[in-house]
Design a protein around this ligand. Structure first.
Ligand code: HEM
Ligand code: HEM
Length: 172
């Protein structure tokens, strides 16, 4: 059976894992109180993981310009349309997360020093109100991603368990 190229599959599963880990770490870290041992560590870990995702995401996006293996051409029109919509919304929303996350981390206008090692330069300084808005964009986009993920998983499982076709196996 033909599958997606190994690099596509690896990028898909590693980025999927990072997005899910970032969602739960982000959601948890903003609820910690100041005296919690993870109060400083978890946001830093969130940002390191986020930057790793940003690098891999650039690879994912750049591969959109390469010719593609085409599967699922015989699926009903509505299913193909829905899966395309979810896929393009993933490209859009994950990009918004990476950009808003980066802008928040460097909002003071100063480079962000990661793990005392890597300097992430800032593009601009943002006011408190602008940071709040970036935070809201980041928060609501992350909920949108989880909703998309729900549709995406339902689609993948429908093909695997009900239609018993190779849609999921192409990606494994
Ligand atoms: C947040 C996590 C995830 C993101 C951002 C994501 C994103 C994507 C994207 C952008 C594609 C299109 C790839 C391409 O056309 O080259 C894709 C395909 C696919 N994903 Fe995910 N995915 C995630 C999680 C999952 C999970 C958990 C499953 C399985 C349960 C899954 C199963 C699949 C399958 C089967 C395909 C191939 C669909 C097809 O051939 O049309 N994904 N995913
Ligand atoms: C798809 C990837 C990502 C997901 C799903 C995600 C998820 C989240 C969530 C759920 C929150 C908590 C929002 C709230 O309730 O206020 C959060 C906060 C935050 N994230 Fe992310 N994040 C992602 C990527 C990034 C990246 C790439 C960076 C930085 C480079 C980043 C930096 C931050 C920062 C600084 C906060 C704290 C905002 C605050 O204090 O309100 N995130 N993230």
């Amino acid at each position: 059976m033909k599958k997606y190229p190994l690099i596509t599959r690896l990028l898909h599963w590693v980025t999927a894992l990072l997005v899910i880990a970032l969602f739960f770490s982000g959601w948890y870290m903003v609820q910690l109180d100041y005296y919690h041992p993870w109060y400083h560590k978890l946001p830093e870990l969130h940002i390191v993981t986020g930057l790793l995702l940003a690098l891999l995401w650039l690879l994912v996006l750049s591969r959109l310009f390469l010719p593609k293996v085409k599967f699922n051409q015989n699926h009903p029109f509505l299913e193909r349309l829905l899966s395309q919509i979810v896929k393009w919304l993933f490209y859009l929303t994950v990009s918004i997360m990476v950009i808003s996350g980066y802008l928040m981390s460097t909002a003071s206008g100063e480079a962000f020093v990661l793990l005392n090692l890597i300097k992430i330069p800032a593009v601009s300084h943002f006011s408190a109100a602008q940071i709040d808005n970036l935070g809201l964009i980041h928060e609501y986009t992350s909920y949108t991603i989880m909703l998309l993920l729900g549709f995406h998983i339902i689609g993948a499982f429908k093909h695997h368990f009900f239609d018993k076709d190779n849609t999921l196996k192409h990606m494994l």
